[in-house]
Design a protein around this ligand. Structure first.
Ligand code: FAD
Length: 830
C-alpha cells in the first residue's frame, strides 16, 4: 500500500495510524519530536472531558465514535473511557433556553439527552449550590476520555501491527516533486512518503508553512487548575468502580461563567475560558526536550493566577464544598482555536498527497482519524467533513490578522449563546461588492459570510410593509427567530412575486474553467452532459465515487472550451483545481485552467414578472424566450454596460443573473434602478431570498445535501444523466443505488399553524419517535406558512403529520409534495 508518514503522536496521529492499519494499510510511519511515552503536546495534559452535543452534526458524530472506540480500547479490564455522564447547568433564563436548543441538537444527531430540573440536577450532582441552578441538560453517554493512556495503547497496538514510530525526530521539511509529496525531512534523515498527514496539533501552522499551506489555527493558552482535596471527598473509595480516572460524578459544565469541572480523586479539576485570550507562537516554544514530564512539556505554560480569580470566585459559588479548598496546582495549557471553531482536516488544496488533521479536540479525535482513513482508503468518509475541510476558507480568511482575531474571538465565545445568523462584529467590511455604496443608501442591513457583506433586507422598503395585501402581511415570530430578521423581508418577497426585485448575487462563488481539456474535465466530474451548444446552462452535481453529493453547480458554456461555473464553496474550487491538475498529468494535451473569478466579477439577480419590462426599456437585444430561453446564457451589453446574462433564478421567477466586472458594477445598478422604477423595482435581501428559494424547492449544498446522501435520497435526479456516454465520478455507484429503494429522503414540511418558526437542525418526531432532522427552514411567503426541509425515513410519507421540537416545544407539521411554488415552472420558462 501507499507509504504514509504521520507527523505527531498525539491523540489524533495515533488514532489515524490505528484506523489506517485496521483497514489493511501496511506502510505507516509516525514521526514524533518528543518522547513517545509522553510526547508533550496538548494530549499529554488533556483532562479529557467529552461533551458530545454540538450544533454541528459532523462534530457530534465524531464525538460519538470517539466514545465508542475508547470504550472498546482496553487493557487489564480498564477501558479508556469513563462513561460518567455529562451535565450542563443553567443559572440564567437565557441558558436554560439554550439548553433546550442543545437538547434538540442531541436528538437530531442521535445522542440520548434529558432536560432536567433543579432537583434532578442536585440529585445527580449533590455538590451543586441549588440556590443558583435553574435546570440542566444531562447526557448519560458523555464522560471522561483518558487521552494519554489511549495514546499509549494505540501506539502499542499499532506497533504490533507493523506501524513504525520514530521518537525524538523533528520534521524540518517536506519534499515534493511535480506537485506531489515525496518525503519528510527530519533531523534524522529523510523518510520517503506518498502521503503525509500532519497531525501536529498546534504546531500545524509551522508544518503547513513548510509547503506554503496557510493552516488557519491559532495556538491559545487555556487555564486548568486542580484544587487541594475536597474535605467531603477525602477517603472515598473511588476504586469501587473500575476507574483509573478517579471520578464518580458526571463531568460538569457551567457555561454561564465559562467553566467546566471534573474530579481527580479527592481533588477537583477546573477548566476556564473566561480569561483574556493568550495567543502563543508554537515556533517560540523551542525544541521539545528529551525528557518530558507532567510539569515540564512545551504545551504547558506557567499558571497566571490573577487570570483565574473570577473562575475561583464563581466556582466557590457553584460548588460550596470547594470553599474549603485551595488551588494546589494550575497551568496555562496550549491548544488550537480556529476562525470558525471547526477542526482543520483534509488534503491541502495546493499540494497533492499532503493532508492535515489539526485543531481537533480529544472529543473528536477518533472520529476525525476515522474520516481521514476512510477518505484515504475508500475515497470518502461516511461522515461528511465539509464543515472541517481545510479548503473551506476564503483567501481573505487565511491572512494572519484574520486568523488571529477570529480565533481569539472564538476562544472568548466558546461557551456563549450565539444565534445561528449572528455575524462577527469584527473584522467586517473585508469584502464588499461594487453595489455596496448604493446598498447603504437603501439602508441595507448586512450580515457577513466568507468575509462578504451581504444585505439581508433594506430599510428603504419599510413603508411597503404597511401596504402589503392581507395575504402577505408579516406573521409574528418568537424572540429567537426574530433576531436578524425583519418584517421588511415579506415586502421584498411580495415585490419579487408580483413586480420585480434586484438581489446582489456577487457573493456566490464563480469559477472559470477553460482550455482544451475543459469539456473532458466537466464530463468526467459532473453528472450531466455539458456538451450542449455554447449559450446553455446545466444544473448538475459533483459526486464522490460512492454517489455522495459533494456539491451542486451551474455549468454555463460560454464558448466551446470556456465555461463559467456557479458553485458553492472554496472546497469546490480546490476539488476542481485538483482534478484539473490530475487530468493534465495523465493526458498532457488535455490541460485546463480553473480560476476563481468571484472577485473579478459582480452580479445582480433581476427577478419578477416585470423583469423583462425593465430590460426591454434599456436594451434592444432580444430577451424573449426565443432570444434567451430559460437556462440560456448570453454575452451582450445593456445600456452600454458589458454583461453576461444568465437566464436562471434561485427565487423561482422569470429573470436573469446579470454579471459584469466590478468597474461597471455601480453603473449596472444605476441603469437597472432607473429603468426599474416605473415597474416597481426594489432592492431585496437574503431574508426574502431564503424563503422564496425554499418554497421553490431549491436545495442548498452543505445543509440540505452533503456527501452523506445520494441524488435519489435528495431527490435531485433531474440533475443526473445516466445516459451520458462518458463515465463520470459516481456513475457506477449510482447504477447500483438506482436499483435500491432509498430508505431516507429529503422531504418538504409545512408548519400547520402557519406561524411557528423553526431555524434548522431541529429534531423531527413521528408517532413520538425521533425520525430525522430539519436541514433548512424559512417562512414561505407565497404559501404563507413556515417551510422546512428535513431528512426523514421513506416510511414517513406525503400527508403524514410530524412534530418538530423547537426550544422544547413540539410544533406540528405536515409532509408536503414539493416544490410548493410553481411546480410546472411556468413562471421561470415563460
Ligand atoms: P497534540 O497532542 O499536540 O499532538 C501533536 C504532536 O505533534 C505533538 O506530540 C508534537 O510533539 C508533534 N509535533 C509537532 N510538530 C512536530 C514536528 N515538527 N516534528 C515531529 N513532531 C511534531 N479536549 C477535549 O476534548 N476535552 C477536554 O476536556 C480538553 N481539555 C483541554 C484542557 C487543556 C488545558 C488543553 C490545553 C487542551 C484541552 N483539550 C481538551 C484539547 C485537546 O487536548 C487537544 O485538542 C488535543 O489533545 C489535540 O491532539 P493532537 O493529537 O492534535 O495534538
Amino acid at each position: 500500500s501507499q507509504r504514509v508518514v504521520i507527523i505527531g503522536a498525539g491523540i489524533v496521529g495515533t488514532n489515524l495510524a490505528d484506523e489506517l492499519v485496521s483497514r489493511g494499510w501496511k506502510n505507516i510511519t509516525v514521526v514524533e519530536q518528543g518522547p513517545l511515552s509522553m510526547p508533550g503536546g496538548s494530549t499529554s495534559h488533556a483532562p479529557g472531558l467529552v461533551f458530545q452535543t454540538n450544533a454541528s452534526k459532523t462534530m457530534t458524530l465524531f464525538a460519538k465514535y470517539t466514545i465508542e472506540k475508547f470504550l472498546a480500547l482496553e487493557q487489564d479490564g480498564q477501558s479508556c473511557f469513563n462513561q460518567l455522564g455529562g451535565l450542563e447547568i443553567a443559572t440564567t433564563p437565557e441558558r436554560l433556553e439554550d439548553l433546550k436548543r442543545r437538547h434538540g441538537y442531541a436528538q437530531s444527531w442521535g445522542v440520548e439527552a434529558h432536560l432536567i430540573d433543579t432537583d434532578e440536577c442536585v440529585r445527580r450532582y449533590p455538590l451543586l449550590n441549588r440556590e443558583i441552578i435553574l435546570g440542566g441538560l444531562y447526557i448519560p453517554n458523555d464522560g471522561l476520555a483518558l487521552a494519554a493512556r489511549a495514546t499509549q495503547l494505540l501506539i502499542e497496538r499499532t506497533r504490533n501491527a507493523g506501524v513504525r514510530y520514530h521518537e525524538h525526530t523533528v520534521v524540518t521539511g517536506i519534499e515534493k516533486d511535480n506537485g506531489h509529496v515525496t518525503g519528510v525531512t527530519t533531523n534524522n534523515g529523510t523518510i520517503p512518503a506518498d502521503i503525509i498527514v500532519s497531525a501536529a496539533g498546534f504546531w500545524g501552522v509551522e508544518i503547513g508553512a513548510m509547503v506554503g499551506l496557510k493552516v488557519p489555527l491559532l495556538p491559545l493558552a487555556h487555564q486548568y487548575a486542580k484544587t487541594t482535596a475536597v474535605p467531603g471527598l477525602v477517603g472515598r473509595d473511588v476504586n469501587k468502580r473500575i476507574n483509573a480516572m478517579n471520578a464518580e460524578l458526571p463531568i460538569l459544565r457551567y457555561q454561564d461563567q465559562d467553566l467546566y469541572y471534573r474530579e481527580h480523586g479527592e481533588q477537583y479539576g477546573i477548566g476556564y475560558y473566561g480569561h483574556r485570550p493568550m495567543p502563543v507562537v508554537a515556533a517560540s516554544l523551542g525544541v521539545t526536550p528529551k525528557e518530558v514530564d507532567d510539569k515540564h512539556m512545551p504545551s504547558r505554560l506557567e499558571f497566571t493566577s490573577e487570570d483565574f480569580e473570577p473562575a475561583w470566585k464563581a466556582t466557590k459559588e457553584l460548588l460550596p464544598a470547594l470553599r474549603e479548598t485551595e488551588i494546589a496546582d494550575g497551568f496555562n495549557g496550549i491548544f488550537s482555536f480556529t476562525p470558525d471553531g471547526g477542526s482543520v482536516v483534509g488534503q491541502a488544496p495546493n499540494l497533492d498527497g499532503f493532508w492535515v488533521a489539526e485543531a481537533v479536540w480529544v472529543t473528536h479525535s477518533a472520529g476525525v482519524a476515522r474520516a481521514v482513513a476512510e477518505i484515504l482508503t475508500e475515497g470518502r468518509s461516511r461522515i461528511d467533513i465539509a464543515e472541517c475541510d481545510v479548503s473551506r476558507f476564503e483567501e481573505v480568511q487565511l491572512s494572519p490578522e484574520y486568523i488571529s482575531e477570529t480565533s481569539q474571538q472564538n476562544f472568548v465565545e466558546v461557551y456563549d449563546i450565539i444565534h445561528p445568523l449572528a455575524p462577527k462584529e469584527s473584522p467586517r467590511n473585508l469584502r464588499v461588492s461594487p453595489f455596496h455604496a448604493r446598498q447603504r443608501e437603501q439602508g441595507a442591513f448586512f450580515l457577513e459570510v466568507g468575509g462578504w457583506e451581504r444585505p439581508h433586507w433594506y430599510e428603504a422598503n419599510t413603508d411597503l410593509v404597511k401596504t402589503l395585501p392581507t395575504g402577505w402581511r408579516h406573521v409574528d415570530r418568537d424572540a429567537w427567530s426574530s433576531k436578524f430578521y425583519s418584517p421588511i423581508a415579506a415586502a421584498e418577497a411580495w415585490k419579487t412575486r408580483n413586480a420585480v426585485a434586484m438581489y446582489d448575487m456577487s457573493t456566490f462563488h464563480r469559477f472559470s474553467v477553460s482550455g482544451p481539456g475543459a469539456v473532458h474535465l466537466l464530463q468526467r466530474i459532473t453528472t450531466s452532459d455539458v456538451t450542449k451548444p455554447s449559450g446553455t446552462i446545466t444544473h448538475t452535481l459533483l459526486l464522490n465515487a460512492h454517489g455522495g453529493i459533494l456539491s451542486d453547480i451551474f455549468v454555463s458554456r460560454l464558448e466551446d472550451d470556456s465555461f463559467q461555473l456557479g458553485a458553492n464553496t472554496s472546497t469546490d474550487l480546490a476539488y476542481l483545481a485538483r482534478e484539473a491538475r490530475r487530468q493534465e498529468k495523465h493526458t498532457p494535451g488535455q490541460w485546463v485552467q480553473v480560476r476563481d473569478v468571484t472577485g473579478s466579477t459582480c452580479c445582480l439577480g433581476l427577478w419578477g414578472p416585470r423583469a423583462r419590462d425593465v430590460i426591454r426599456s434599456i436594451s434592444s437585444e432580444d430577451f424573449s424566450n426565443k432570444g434567451l430561453p430559460y437556462m440560456g446564457v448570453k454575452q451582450t451589453s445593456i445600456a452600454g454596460v458589458p454583461v453576461t446574462m444568465f437566464r436562471k433564478s434561485y427565487v423561482g421567477e422569470h429573470g436573469w443573473e446579470i454579471q459584469t466586472t466590478p468597474e461597471y458594477g455601480q453603473r449596472l445598478w444605476d441603469v437597472l434602478w432607473q429603468a426599474g422604477k416605473p415597474q416597481g423595482l426594489v432592492a431585496a435581501g437574503r431574508a426574502a431570498f431564503n424563503g422564496l428559494r425554499l418554497e421553490k424547492g431549491i436545495r442548498a449544498s452543505g445543509s440540505d445535501m452533503s456527501s452523506e446522501y445520494n441524488p435519489y435520497e435528495a431527490r435531485v435526479t433531474y440533475a443526473v444523466h445516466m445516459d451520458k456516454k462518458e463515465d463520470f465520478v459516481g456513475k457506477a455507484a449510482l447504477q447500483r443505488l438506482s436499483k435500491q429503494a432509498p430508505t431516507r429522503q429529503l422531504r418538504c414540511l409545512t408548519v400547520d399553524d402557519g406561524r411557528s418558526m423553526i431555524l434548522g437542525k431541529e429534531p423531527v418526531f413521528h408517532n413520538g419517535q425521533t425520525v430525522g432532522y430539519v436541514t433548512n427552514a424559512a417562512f414561505g411567503y407565497t404559501v404563507r406558512k413556515p417551510v422546512a426541509y428535513a431528512w426523514l425515513p421513506t416510511k414517513v410519507q406525503e400527508g403524514d403529520s410530524v412534530e418538530i421540537e423547537y426550544f422544547g416545544k413540539r410544533i406540528k407539521a405536515t409532509i408536503t409534495a414539493d416544490p410548493l411554488y410553481d411546480p410546472q415552472e411556468h413562471r421561470l420558462r415563460n
